[in-house]
Design a protein around this ligand. Structure first.
Ligand code: CAA
Length: 258
């Protein structure tokens, strides 16, 4: 499928989606977000795809929701049209893992998009921020919510209220990103991580994603019970027999996603 605002490439079971509005630092307009949702849905259906990477350019992962698209909208436009709700839902319903490979600016909706992914690998040039306060608004795609869960109230308040940017090193210390790598190595590192995931049983991988996502939506006791029951259910799959047998027989497992 041809897209205008993203570039999609599938190789070695990894679907890499590059945000591609260089003149606007990959600002997220509705067209781009819809294309992103479509590409992810296609990949979800495609057996050749076992992991996604969402990335941008060296200068910007994405500098936010498109301010020019929003500037003239009224309350009625955004409330009645439910701005960003279906676009966010299209990303959050994807069951295969999504890695964000972030270089440069990840601001506003860009930071929020990265946080919708399952984990973030950042280049040492990455800058995260929720600067919506400077525009007389506030974050609207999870910047006051996911960020707070990831980095805690103090840093979330600081970033959302002052609009300051967080450099990669601080983001790693705070738990927003899982790894920081030199800028030139970003895609190699993200691709290696995606390929590593692609070798696993998709049953394990999708169950792990679902279970980790429960951790911020349920009380701990309920979430642990959810995890335990999903773990129990995995004993119905061939891949559990294969994975454990391969360990005992000291060989590599041959997972079949069954
Ligand atoms: N929306 C629309 N266009 C944007 C944009 C955005 N979020 N961010 C950058 N651009 C455009 C600029 O308007 C500029 O276009 P022109 O050449 O046509 O003027 C082009 O991208 C390059 O940007 P700059 O000249 O500003 O580049 P810079 O290197 O001087 O600065 C920057 C980079 C600090 C990221 C700066 O562009 C900036 O502050 N961008 C806006 C960041 C922001 O406020 N993001 C939050 C958006 S609101 C949001 O996301 C709401 C939500 O939660 C859902």
């Amino acid at each position: 499928m041809a897209y205008d605002n993203i570039i999609v490439d599938v190789e070695d079971h990894v679907c890499t989606i590059k945000l591609n509005r260089p003149d606007a630092l990959n600002a997220l307009n509705i067209e781009l977000l819809r294309e992103l949702g479509k590409a992810l849905a296609e990949g979800q259906k495609n057996d050749k795809v076992r992991c996604f990477i969402i990335t941008g350019s060296e200068k910007a992962f994405a500098a936010g929701a498109d301010i020019k698209m929003m500037s003239e909208k009224s309350f009625t436009d955004v409330f009645s049209g439910d701005l960003f709700t279906p676009e966010e839902a299209a990303i959050m319903r994807i069951r295969k893992p999504i890695i964000a490979a972030v270089s440069g600016y990840a601001l506003g909706g860009g930071c929020e998009l990265a946080m919708m992914c399952d984990f973030i690998i950042a280049s040492d040039t990455a800058k995260f921020g929720q600067p919506e306060v400077n525009l007389g608004v506030m974050a609207g795609m999870g910047g006051t919510q996911r960020l707070t869960r990831l980095v805690g109230r103090a840093k979330s308040m600081d970033m959302n209220l002052t609009g300051r940017f967080m450099e990669a090193e601080e983001a790693e210390r705070a738990g927003l990103v899982s790894r920081v790598v030199p800028c030139k190595k970003l895609m190699d590192e993200a691709t290696a991580a995606a390929k590593k995931i692609a070798e696993k049983s998709m049953i394990s991988v999708m169950a792990i994603k679902e279970s980790v996502h429960r951790s911020d939506q349920m009380p701990l006791s309920e979430a642990i019970l959810f995890e335990r029951r999903v773990f129990h259910s995995m004993f119905a799959a061939e891949d559990q027999k294969e994975g454990m047998a391969a360990f005992i027989e000291k060989r590599e497992p041959q997972f079949r996603d069954r």
